[in-house]
Write a protein that binds this ligand. Structure first.
Ligand SMILES: C[S@@+](CC[C@H](N)C(=O)[O-])C[C@H]1O[C@@H](n2cnc3c(N)ncnc32)[C@H](O)[C@@H]1O
Length: 250
């Protein structure tokens, strides 16, 4: 996912709109949001919120520990002639732990967030309180790029640059925002960690898709320069899609 390095609401609105295709590709086949209540875990500026509204969700609530101004999302809605849907969406500065009682949801969607969460299994478990018993509520997660993949630093300088270039040199090549994101917000999660967290949270996997690394064909050329303890499986897996359910929601 690209890093946003602007405060301009119009540019952020464009960024939000640019993700509609991505959301459609990954979440579209997995959900039916018509007249459904949707919780977004890690809603950021409203990327998935815009898409969920465009798919007919009756209400969309985004939670994110970072405070985000509503203006860019409202601009994106206006630009698409969807301003009458503004009252259906709220972006709240909360985590799943400290959020007030928000009622119950049919779906929890999360895009490019789980690789930023500390305490992943506890966070997944905490979603239980938003899912009504005996309703077919689902959690749908997409994340890319995973930390050890060729683009895992989110720098896009070279393939696997964060594992082959010394950090002193690397730091001089990227902006402060990108460096801070790399050093302080990524949890280094692997597929094994993710599946462990899903299992620990008591969730059931209904669908699982993987995205092989986009630079797979160059892996063997670069592998000798990568520290040997890191497993090829983690180095060559770029992204994950998961559709999950708690047993009581089956
Ligand atoms: C890369 S951004 C993605 C934002 C948005 N989903 C998108 O695709 O545009 C990751 C987001 O996860 C949020 N985040 C970090 N830890 C979180 C947590 N424990 N619960 C919910 N969101 C979290 C961050 O604040 C950030 O907004």
């Amino acid at each position: 996912m690209q890093q946003l390095e602007t405060d301009d609401p119009e540019q952020i609105a464009d960024y939000i709109s640019n993700y509609l295709g991505h959301c459609e590709k990954w979440f579209g086949p997995a959900v039916n949001l018509k007249d459904k209540r949707v919780l977004i875990l890690g809603s950021g500026w409203g990327t998935e919120a815009l898409w969920a509204l465009s798919k007919g969700a009756s209400e969309v609530v985004g939670i994110d520990p970072e405070l985000r101004d509503r203006e860019p999302l409202d601009i994106a809605l206006k630009n698409r002639g969807m301003e009458e849907l503004m009252p259906r969406v709220s972006l709240l500065q909360h985590t799943s732990f400290d959020a007030p009682d928000l009622g119950q949801f049919d779906y929890v969607l999360s895009n490019n967030v789980v690789e930023h969460i500390t305490g992943l299994s506890a966070t997944l478990y905490s979603l239980r309180r938003f899912m009504p018993k005996d309703r077919r509520s689902r959690i749908v997660i997409f994340t890319d790029p995973l930390f050890f993949s060729s683009s895992g630093a989110h720098f896009y300088l070279r393939k696997w640059e964060h594992l082959t270039m010394g950090s002193a040199r690397l730091k001089t090549r990227v902006s402060e925002v990108k460096w801070d994101n790399y050093r302080n917000t990524l949890n280094g999660m692997t597929i094994t960690d993710m599946l462990g967290a899903v299992r620990e949270a008591g969730l059931i996997i209904l669908d699982l898709k993987i995205i092989a690394d986009r630079h797979l064909s160059e892996f063997n050329k670069i592998a000798p320069f990568i520290p040997s303890g890191i497993k090829p499986m983690d180095l060559c897996l770029e992204g994950l899609f998961l559709k999950l359910s708690f047993p009581e929601n089956l």
